[in-house]
Design a protein around this ligand. Structure first.
Ligand code: AMP
Length: 210
């Protein structure tokens, strides 16, 4: 299964990707997590990406295309993968297509901007492995500590309300057109965000079986 998860920042792509990768036994590839690790480690890619990320803007397509092409060649991607947060522009989608990287389905998680703004205030992520939590909806077993790896949970700098607003604008302008791009290829499946994480997972699995 080669799957793309689409959706606004905070739609729950990361949370759903983590669950689906366990269920489907395929890796999740999140360009956001790869970039945050690069920033933390001070690599050349991290240095290029940091200012864009802090401002809630997209990192240039050529940087992303380089990262993703390299990652998809690794052994664990042989039987499929879930892409979380990529592609995010038509240029990225076209580059993947040109490189012969094709998909079985593209699932778009639909959620209002208002719900996103409320939700982002409570989001926490693991600074080591990138796993996502929410202080109310998806709390870790122990406050401030990642269930998966024991890493420290932090608030992302780009989850500040003004930055979330910019990220939503970028999503509507640059990423939302991907829905029409993949609908044309008969790959698009839309899922309404549900009131619980489990219900959204069930809705995704249902459209994937259909
Ligand atoms: P995310 O964790 O997916 O919300 O990504 C966090 C930030 O990383 C975004 O706001 C962008 O600055 C950058 N980023 C992640 N994935 C991409 C992508 N596919 N294209 C451009 N920028 C990206």
């Amino acid at each position: 299964m080669k799957l793309i998860l689409l959706g606004a920042p905070g739609a729950g792509k990361g949370t759903q990707a983590e669950i689906l990768c366990d269920r489907l036994r395929i890796p999740t590839i999140s360009t956001g997590n790869i970039l945050r690790a690069a920033v933390k480690n001070g690599t050349p890619t991290g240095l290029k990406a940091k200012a864009f990320m802090d401002a809630g803007q997209l990192v240039p397509d050529e940087v992303i295309i380089g990262i993703i092409s390299e990652r998809l060649q690794e052994d664990d991607c042989k039987n499929g993968y879930i892409l979380d947060g990529v592609p995010r522009t038509i240029a990225q989608a076209e580059a993947l297509e040109k490189a012969g990287i094709l998909f079985d389905a593209v699932v778009s998680i639909e959620i209002s901007d208002e719900t996103i703004m409320e939700r982002m205030a409570g989001r926490r992520v693991c600074e080591s492995c990138g796993a996502s939590y929410h202080v109310v909806a998806v709390p870790p077993k122990q406050e401030g500590v990642c269930d998966r790896c024991g890493g420290k949970l932090i608030r992302r700098k780009d989850d500040a309300p003004e930055t979330v607003k910019s990220r939503l604008d970028v999503y509507h302008q640059e990423t939302e057109p991907l829905k029409a791009f993949y609908a044309k290829r008969n790959l698009l499946k839309t899922v309404e965000n549900q009131s619980t994480v489990e219900a959204t997972t069930a809705a995704i699995l249902k459209v994937l079986e259909a």
